[in-house]
Design a protein around this ligand. Structure first.
Ligand code: PLP
Length: 355
């Protein structure tokens, strides 16, 4: 029986993208060869990577002057690649949780980090953008905080490049790409199986640091070779392209946003209504992608029982991240409304039986 899949990452992907991948693993595009066994320089794979780049550009409205790259190493490698390529002396980081914290740690290897944060990570700091010194090389933000369940819905205006980790909310809503120097992320949250990292980069922000940069960590290498300097993650790129086709067929990022708003709204309404549960972050900053909640104080001892209750009803992946506990239901693009309805129903029934 198919499960309601609330995993935070790797996570649910459209059936049609997975089926197309399964098919291509047997026979890729009528070549008589598996997708796993074909040259990344074959014309058939070249068509896949080009279509994936074009779909990202089309769906997000990427302006001229930007490149779309598919790399290895995960978002975690970008934490170091960004300062390696862009930091001369100083950069500003909005630290909104566990992932931003890791990005800050890497940046400190290259220079001074001006950090803005709210210690509890249960809300996005307000007004911080006015405090950013004018002499920073760039500003780094994490738009969706997968672990704490907060999200930034605003595209900030700065005179320096804005670099955004959008690992867990890419393609879930429109963004004004022209306001960013780099948008990057691990694709395993909303687009693909793990193994591929997407980078949308404005070329003219490069070339401003003096240091030598190792070939593989230099964005220029991958721009020049169009993501084929070394062997890219062929299978994840194929699934990513199929997922993007699905996004397009289903109305693009505006439609994804509408779906996410509706589904997230249903679950947050239940969290707020139900006597047993409560949300963990400021309402205005609630993530549409990762919905975090806990048992109310007086019902703490029911946490394990609810987890089992949900498991019996075919739900997987609602355990909160090990660093915060409680529950987390991830609401990525491919999650059907029925899964949210099933979770809401389980919360209602559990309340009837226990409160
Ligand atoms: C999952 C995640 C990462 C880490 O991605 P890897 O590809 O595993 O390195 C970084 N940032 C955010 C916001 C994430 O959700």
């Amino acid at each position: 029986m198919k499960k309601h899949n609330f995993y935070a990452g790797p996570s649910i992907l459209p059936d049609q993208a997975l089926e197309a991948t399964a098919e291509a693993l047997k026979d890729f595009d009528g070549t008589g060869v598996s997708l796993a066994s074909i040259s990344h320089r074959s014309k058939q794979f070249d068509a896949v990577i080009k279509e994936a780049q074009d779909l990202i550009k089309e769906l997000l409205g990427v302006p001229e002057g930007y490149h779309v790259l598919f790399l290895g190493g995960g978002a975690s490698t970008q934490f170091a690649m960004v300062p390696f390529n862009l930091m001369n002396k100083k950069a500003a980081y909005l630290n909104t949780g566990a992932w931003s914290k890791k990005a800050v740690k890497e940046a400190k290897l290259f220079g001074e980090v001006v950090e803005f944060k709210n210690e509890d990570f249960n809300a996005i700091p307000k007004g911080w953008e006015k405090e950013v010194p004018s002499d920073v090389d760039y500003v780094h933000i994490t738009t969706n905080n997968t672990i704490y369940g907060t999200e930034i819905f605003e595209d900030f205006d700065f005179d320096v490049p804005v670099i955004a980790d959008m690992s867990s909310d890419i393609m879930s809503r429109p963004v004004d790409v022209s306001k960013y120097g780099i948008i990057y992320g691990g694709a395993q949250k909303n687009l693909a199986p793990s193994g591929v990292t997407f980078v949308i980069i404005r070329e003219d922000i490069l070339g401003k640091v003096e240091r030598e940069i190792p070939t593989m960590l230099n964005y220029k290498t991958h721009i020049e070779k169009e993501s084929l300097f070394n062997t890219p993650p062929v299978i994840p790129i194929f699934t990513l392209m199929q997922t993007l086709r699905w996004v397009k067929e289903n109305g693009g990022v505006e439609a994804m946003q509408k779906r996410a708003d509706e589904k997230a709204g249903m679950l947050y309404d239940e969290i707020d209504r139900n006597k047993l549960f409560k949300g963990t972050v400021a309402k205005e900053d609630r993530s549409k992608m990762n919905i975090c909640f806990v048992m109310n104080e007086e019902y703490q001892e029911l946490e394990k029982a609810f987890m089992e209750y949900a498991t019996e009803r075919n739900m997987v992946g609602i355990k909160g991240h090990r660093s915060v506990g409680g529950f987390r239901a991830s609401n990525y693009n491919a999650l059907p409304k029925e899964s949210i309805e099933a979770l809401v129903k389980a919360m209602q029934d559990f309340e009837k039986e226990n409160a």
